[in-house]
Design a protein around this ligand. Structure first.
Ligand code: FAD
Length: 341
């Protein structure tokens, strides 16, 4: 097999970054991204894009930590380059505050973000309803610019990008040697994964350029994440809710919660409301599978189910998916050379 043909299904942060890692590690591949939606119409466009990991109960912490570490290192290098503003990546400092001191004071990612420390009494005076807090510096992606930057890099390396809805991965077997499934919540229908479910999230994107620090309530529900142009105010977590329509009552509730953490937000302007469906499961599905019909085989690599933390771990999972694609290519080359003997 001279040039393996690889299709990546999905153009959210996971699909685009996986395609980029495959292009970097398997330059001899002919690579195509197929997706029914692109930026600005993906879940990834709605996200705040903060690098604060979510915990996947079904994935060992050691593995999650490695994914976060790789993602942080990758984005840190971009933030420290001339590409930073085009890619929408920047460092941001702020506070995670708790009404009650958490049992576990150190999250697993505390030694990867920068300068993690308990908040001082003086800092906590800003949050009279909270009794404990952590201060640190992390990274934030402004999501639509980052997705466009990834797309631009893919095109520059010769990757084909096509609009196409895939009804069944098997339909790709006559055109491609390997398929990579990065369909996010779309994987529920695409591969019939009953363990995957939506967790609806509504956020507000507001103009409040004086807010420079992030503030996150330790319960993870209320957060204020300043980006380069707009501040993201959140949020909600509604399991099994598929509605993409903004709810006005929820908008008011989010705004009030955020103003109680940062009263100056009462002066925020140009409030835009966005809704996205987090592709959630106990653990990210990151594995190889071989589909087979009538003796014909199609190797598949799955990389979906990143739930509330896709931006925080995308580069780490993309690298692992690219490694699995490399294994599929080696297996195909092994079987084609055996067939010639
Ligand atoms: P998506 O972005 O949904 O991309 C899936 C792609 O697959 C799309 O292009 C879609 O069109 C395509 N597709 C699906 N089915 C098919 C098909 N059958 N055929 C062809 N194409 C198909 N994470 C963080 O780390 N930090 C945050 O601060 C953060 N904030 C968030 C805030 C909100 C409100 C929400 C909703 C999520 C947030 N997340 C955050 C989570 C993050 O957005 C997701 O984990 C991530 O976007 C998942 O990326 P994805 O590429 O898997 O999915």
């Amino acid at each position: 097999m001279a040039t393996p043909k690889v299709a990546v299904v999905g153009a959210g942060v996971v699909g685009l970054s996986t395609a980029l890692c495959i292009a970097e590690t398997c330059p001899s591949c002919s690579l195509t991204v197929l997706s029914d939606q692109f930026s600005p119409n993906t879940t990834s466009d709605v996200a705040a894009g903060m690098l604060i990991p979510h915990t996947y109960p079904g994935t060992p912490i050691r593995v999650q930590k490695q994914w976060f570490k790789e993602t942080f290192a990758y984005l840190f290098a971009i933030s420290n380059s001339a590409e930073a503003s085009e890619a929408g990546i920047h460092l941001i400092s702020g506070w995670q505050v708790f009404k009650n001191t958490p049992k576990k004071e150190l999250p697993f990612w505390s030694d990867i973000v920068l300068g993690f420390r308990p908040m001082s009494k003086a800092e906590l005076q800003k949050f009279p309803q909270h009794q404990f807090g952590q201060a640190f510096t992390t990274l934030k992606c402004d999501c639509p610019p980052y997705l466009l930057w990834l797309e631009k890099r893919l095109k520059a390396t010769g990757v084909q990008i096509c609009t196409r809805k895939v009804a069944d991965l098997w339909e790709l077997h006559s055109e491609y040697n390997i398929v990579v499934n990065c369909a996010g919540i779309g994987a529920q229908q695409l591969v019939g994964d009953k363990k995957l479910f939506p967790v609806r999230g509504q956020v507000l994107k507001v103009h409040a350029p004086w807010v420079k620090n992030f503030i996150r309530d330790g319960d993870g529900l209320t957060y204020i994440y300043p980006g380069i142009h707009r501040v993201t105010l959140g949020g909600t977590r509604e399991e099994e809710n598929w509605s993409l329509s903004p709810d006005p009552g929820t908008t008011k509730d989010i705004f009030d919660r955020c103003c109680s953490l940062e009263p100056s937000l009462r002066g925020a302007q140009d409030i835009k409301v966005k809704v996205g469906l987090r592709p959630s499961r106990q653990g990210v599905r990151l594995e190889r599978e071989v589909l087979s019909q009538g003796g014909v085989k199609l190797p598949v690599v799955h990389n979906y189910g990143h739930g509330a933390g896709g931006f925080s771990v995308h580069r780490g999972t993309a690298k692992e998916a690219a490694r699995l694609v490399g294994e599929c290519i080696a297996a195909l080359q092994g079987s084609s050379s055996r067939a010639k003997l």
